[in-house]
Ligand binder design. Structure first.
Ligand code: NAD
Ligand code: IPM
Ligand code: MN
Length: 367
């Protein structure tokens, strides 16, 4: 029997709603795999933690994460108005999420942008553009760049308010994520799009130099360099031209949300955040304050993050595949949450119903 300790950080907004479905799935996976035991440890994180303890990433949560084999995170954050009730440095993004990434150096963020042909109707793009489906592995550097650089705000000698934020990378930080890009490309189509902005940013000049150096270690991989602004256009016009895309932190934040856009919803965007010793898993989307509490959020990104955890942290590849297939079956049976279906359609289901259906489909599959 192998026991895996998982820290559950449900967070804010729709976080607890989609986490509930993830837990349902984990319990079923445990039931189906007699040699696996999940020890689930629910802890406070984000605004919920701040209002309960005065800290958005409390010590108790840090301790639970430290001892966990993997961390499963829901979503954090409040709407703009409610966010102002929390001091800037304790707001869940700065006070909890970035420190979580920093604490475990989760530098490699995998954000699959995936829509099989059978689900092409969810995409706002034309059928002729989606072709045989979209299958991109977007890899985002997650612990460097503007997010973590020095920041200063103040008033200058003339009395004008100013702000300065530094975009900083050293070559080791760049090299480690570029290597991940090459390694993933080797397992896929051996074509890697390197996203950069070297016509303006010096950070991209160094980034590209390192891509070129590393490409010598992966001679089978074709590297295609593309400016980030052009990449945004191509993602809409010709998404099928991409397989692996690798990029720095901020570019990855923006392009991965666009990824959700071309699929039809951010509810279709799971992710894995991998560090040298520990990884955590989270939907790419936020806490969706506009739909929180209504029971209508799409739990696919959250359950997909469970599938990534099973595969990447616990080596349960087969069960992860079963879980992806179970989710695709629910869609193939015609059911979806309201982000993907129109009001009044008979096949519209709630968050909990979608989770139940995933479990029903999974239960039918041989272990
Ligand atoms: P968001 O991703 O929360 O929502 C954008 C839009 O997508 C909304 O219309 C929302 O309803 C929809 N959406 C997102 N996830 C969905 C799902 N699973 N099912 C159905 N619809 C879904 O982005 P936002 O509104 O810009 O941000 C809200 C808060 O979330 C902010 O406080 C932000 O900082 C935070 N945030 C947190 C994370 C995270 O926890 N990793 C990621 C992004 C944003
Ligand atoms: C994401 C989110 C975060 C980011 C925010 C909430 C800090 O948008 O995970 O994509 O910008 O990285
Ligand atoms: Mn984002």
């Amino acid at each position: 029997m192998t026991t895996y300790n998982i820290a559950l950080l449900a967070g804010d907004g729709i976080g607890p709603e989609v986490m509930k479905e993830a837990v349902k799935v984990l319990k079923l996976v445990e039931e189906r795999n007699a040699d696996v035991n999940f020890e689930l440890n629910d802890v406070l994180f984000g605004a919920a933690a701040y209002f309960a303890t005065g800290k958005s990433f409390p010590e108790q949560t840090k301790a639970a994460c430290d001892k966990a084999d993997a961390i499963l995170k829901g979503t954090i954050g409040l709407n703009h108005e409610d966010s102002q009730k929390i001091p800037v440095d304790e707001q869940p993004e700065r006070g909890a999420l970035l420190p979580l990434r920093r604490r475990y150096n989760t530098y490699a963020n995998f954000r699959p942008v995936y829509l099989p042909k059978g689900l092409a109707h969810f995409s706002p793009l034309k059928e002729s553009v989606v072709g045989d489906g979209i299958d991109i592995m977007l890899i985002r550097e997650l612990v460097g760049g503007l997010y973590f650089g020095e920041k200063e705000t103040g008033v200058d000698a003339e009395g004008k308010r100013f702000v300065r934020e530094v975009l900083e990378y050293d070559e080791d930080q760049i090299r480690q994520i570029i290597r991940v890009g090459f390694e993933v490309s080797m397992k896929r189509k051996k074509v890697m799009h390197n996203i950069h902005k070297s016509n303006v940013l010096k950070s991209s000049v160094l980034w590209n130099e390192i891509v070129e150096e590393e490409s010598k270690n992966f001679p089978e991989v074709e590297v295609i360099n593309i400016l980030v602004d052009a990449a945004a256009t191509y993602l809409c016009l010709k998404p099928t031209m991409f397989d692996v895309m690798v990029m720095e932190n901020m570019f990855g934040d923006i392009l991965s949300d666009q990824g959700g856009g071309i699929l039809g919803s951010l509810g279709l965007m799971p992710s894995a955040c991998k560090g040298p010793e520990k990884s955590y898993y989270e939907p790419s989307h936020g806490s969706a304050p506009d739909i929180a509490g209504k029971g209508i959020a799409n739990p696919y990104s959250m359950i997909g993050s469970v599938a990534l955890m099973l595969e990447m942290s616990f080596g349960m590849e087969k069960e992860a595949k079963n879980l992806w297939a179970a989710m695709q079956s629910v869609f193939a049976n015609g059911y979806s949450t309201s982000d993907l279906s129109k009001e009044g359609e008979a096949n519209l289901v709630s968050t909990a119903e979608f989770g139940d259906m995933v479990c029903e489909e999974l239960a039918k599959m041989p272990v």
